[in-house]
Design a protein around this ligand. Structure first.
Ligand SMILES: [Zn+2]
Length: 477
């Protein structure tokens, strides 16, 4: 037993080092390390107990410390942005996860017989909260979501600001309570206390709409003012918005809905709800996205703020988000297509701005990036290979081409394709060739050439650098 335990510990150490070293190299956001560490300490703590360790607490402590060394080195050497919160983040994610792992392992060994039953309990402690997490993402307003054992996924792909909010503290406290209740349940003497902790956890979960861990739509509707209806769209203004702003916004929204429906030949009759926050900060508190506007087509909801809707850019944004909602009946996957280039391309193509400009930018980008595989880009997940600066206009120009050459019904058919299906008559290859032919007739202006060149140099999400590096390079803050 002793030898088996030692070899498991060695294997875990090896896996931890490889994973942690790998994650420090990726660094697209600023929390991956904490998240991976949380998963590792959970698994190692649970397996330490299952493997028969006499001192699961010591084994677990070791695994909190192993990822800590590269984590701190990374914080201080490569991320000068905010080492303090990096450190705090690390502990917020890992400590409750370690306690949950030790608790799951202990209660599995003490309460159940046989490895499979025990492993199932360890797995259930991860999977049940995951199911709850997915349900909140589906059902509530925010893009950020919490997992009882592992912590938080902080929001949309493009919002890199990851903060330690009061909601995160509460959510991690819930994780700690789960872990403690499992530890106590494993003890014959303290089982009642374990049940009491379990009860406390249920109370905390029930109170999540009050503590801000969850933001259900029903509560949000109550907190906003009474809805205003414009061309079948309900919008909920922030109570702080003056009446004249509401009237103006109703006009802007009505115009945008009519434009999108006409352009796509889709008379969407389902429910569309727009939530209008006073400002970006208020939106961030509720939805977890400060710099990105997002919609949930399966709910028919979008979350915006009126300041941004008045500018030309804001009107374009509104049409973009409304397109995601109006096309919901087309999408086979909760109102979304498998193909992200089509999803975002349709929204970009419908937003105002000259169609020729979109095509001109796409032409310049394709010239400047000869290695960009257009066929791959057009397939299901090719969108993520490129930076947002390239992917959005390129997808937009492609959908523009489809709408002009083949019409909305053909676009709708493309949306319904499965992840590995080909369009009829020559597949993606033929469509890519047709698209290149369409671009050939476009003559980009000098300004479009300059913009397209800048866009083509932007890096994809997995190649981003710390803003401080950019400051050093350009000399401007
Ligand atoms: Zn979009």
């Amino acid at each position: 037993m002793q030898r088996r335990f030692l070899s498991i510990v060695l294997l875990e150490l090896l896996a931890a080092s490889v994973l942690v070293a790998g994650v420090t190299l990726v660094r697209a956001f600023h929390f991956e390390l904490a998240l991976v560490s949380a998963a590792l300490v959970y698994l190692s703590a649970a397996s330490n107990v299952l493997a028969g360790s006499k001192r699961p607490a010591a084994g677990t402590a070791l695994f909190v410390l192993v990822p800590l060394v590269p984590a701190l080195a990374e914080q201080y050497l490569r991320q000068p942005c905010d080492p303090g919160s990096g450190f705090l983040f690390y502990f917020l994610y890992t400590v409750p996860a370690a306690v949950c792992g030790a608790g799951a392992g202990l209660s599995a060994v003490r309460l159940l017989k046989g490895l499979w039953l025990r492993a199932s309990l360890v797995l259930a402690v991860v999977l049940l909260p995951a199911a709850y997490t997915l349900w909140t993402l589906y059902h509530d307003a925010p893009v950020r979501f919490f997992h009882l054992v592992f912590g938080m996924w902080p929001g949309s792909l493009y919002d890199e600001q990851v903060a330690i909010t009061p909601a995160l503290w509460v959510a991690r406290f819930e994780g700690l309570v789960l872990g403690l209740s499992l530890v106590l349940l494993a003890s014959d003497r303290l089982r009642k206390a374990g049940l009491a902790f379990g009860g406390l956890l249920l109370v905390l979960i029930a109170a999540e709409p009050l503590t801000g861990v969850r933001q259900p739509l029903s509560l949000l509707r109550e907190r906003m003012g009474p809805p205003v209806v414009a061309v079948g769209v309900r919008f909920y203004p922030d109570p702080d918005l003056p009446a004249e702003v509401r009237g103006e916004i109703a006009g802007i929204i009505g115009e945008a809905v009519t434009h999108v429906k006409t352009r796509l030949g889709e008379d969407h009759a389902g429910r569309i709800e727009l939530f209008l926050f006073r400002d970006v900060e208020r939106r961030y508190e509720v939805t977890g996205a400060r710099y990105t506007t997002f919609t949930k087509p399966w709910q028919g909801t979008a979350f915006l703020e009126p300041e941004s809707l008045r500018s030309a850019r804001g009107k374009s944004l509104l049409r973009h988000e409304l397109t995601h909602l109006v096309t919901a009946p087309w999408g086979p996957l909760l109102g979304l297509p498998w193909n992200i280039s089509l999803l975002e391309g349709t929204a970009v193509a419908v937003a105002p701005g000259s169609a020729e400009r979109l095509a001109a930018l796409a032409k310049v980008v394709l010239e400047k990036k000869p290695d960009l595989g257009l066929e791959t880009f057009l397939r299901s997940f090719g969108f993520w290979n490129e930076s947002a600066a390239v992917a959005y206009p390129l997808g937009g120009a492609f959908v523009q081409f489809v709408l002009e050459a083949k019409g909305p019904d053909y676009l709708k058919a493309l949306w319904r394709l499965g992840p590995f299906e080909e369009p009829p008559e020559g597949g993606w290859k033929a469509l890519a060739a047709g698209f290149r032919g369409y671009l050939e007739k476009i003559e980009p202006s000098e300004g479009e050439k300059a913009t397209g060149t800048i866009l083509s140099k932007r890096k994809s999400i997995f190649e981003k650098r710390c803003p401080h590096d950019a400051v050093v390079e350009t000399g401007t803050p």
